[in-house]
Design a protein around this ligand. Sequence first.
Ligand SMILES: *[C@@H]1O[C@H](CO)[C@@H](O)[C@H](O)[C@H]1NC(C)=O
Ligand SMILES: *[C@@H]1O[C@H](CO)[C@@H](O)[C@H](O)[C@H]1NC(C)=O
Length: 259
Amino acid sequence: MFLRVSTICLGKNYFIVSFFLYIYTHKVEEILEQADYLYESGETEKLYRLLISYKESEDAELLWRLARASRDIAQLSRTSEEEKKRLVYEALEYAKRALEKNESSFAAHKWYAICISDVGDYEGIKVKIANAYIIKEHFEKAIELNPKDATSIHLMGIWCYTFAEMPWYQRKIAKMLFATPPNSTYEEALSYFHRAEQVDPNFYSKNLLLLGKTYLKIQNRKLAAFWLLKAKDYPAHTEEDKQIQTEAAQLLTSFSVKN
Ligand SMILES: *[C@@H]1O[C@H](CO)[C@@H](O)[C@H](O)[C@H]1NC(C)=O
Ligand SMILES: *[C@@H]1O[C@H](CO)[C@@H](O)[C@H](O)[C@H]1NC(C)=O
């Protein structure tokens, strides 16, 4: 790969530099491969231990994976509150660096948006609202860079759902603080959830649940039932899938009782 004819013309130093570049890129590729294997196997702690030893890396692909791993550790039930807070801010730093290293990485945009959203739990309402614009911008950029990433599209749907659902008193505060407070509709949320489903059908139990919940919000019980049933019957692979199944089942019984 690095031993090209030009190397000979450019002399010894070029050869040495290319050689180390070769070793380095190969090493990063190997780490990423190992990291993706651990991620797929749900080995959250091993993955974090692997990636944290490369936290000084300049590689965007490695850094966003480290951001994701840090927030995955933060979300474990055995992680203390104090530890959790440290980890979500750390994750944001890694995601920010990933983005600085490569502005064309859709995953860096996506994880940056997710990590900013996480730290919102520790910030006041003003920062939270200001962050909402930034989050939206980065999800939109992630979708633009990779229109096939169903997760970014789903998260944009969640963003819309959250602001469509925003209670009036929060809206009032938002209006006092910002000229154009973040705002959305259930229809807009639906369009993203549907688009995510089109890109990758059945990719995520929560997208099915949210389709059901959003149809409930706009009083379309028939379509709500259709999607909630799909969410309830979704084969559970993760802890979250199980919670989604339960929530979907509860919603289904609650509105069939009312009928
Ligand atoms: C940045 O990310 C894009 C998309 O993943 C990739 O094609 C490009 O090579 C990366 N650039 C650098 C400098 O790593
Ligand atoms: C949000 O936007 C909708 C339509 O775009 C508008 O009707 C509504 O008044 C807005 N709400 C607030 C609180 O700005």
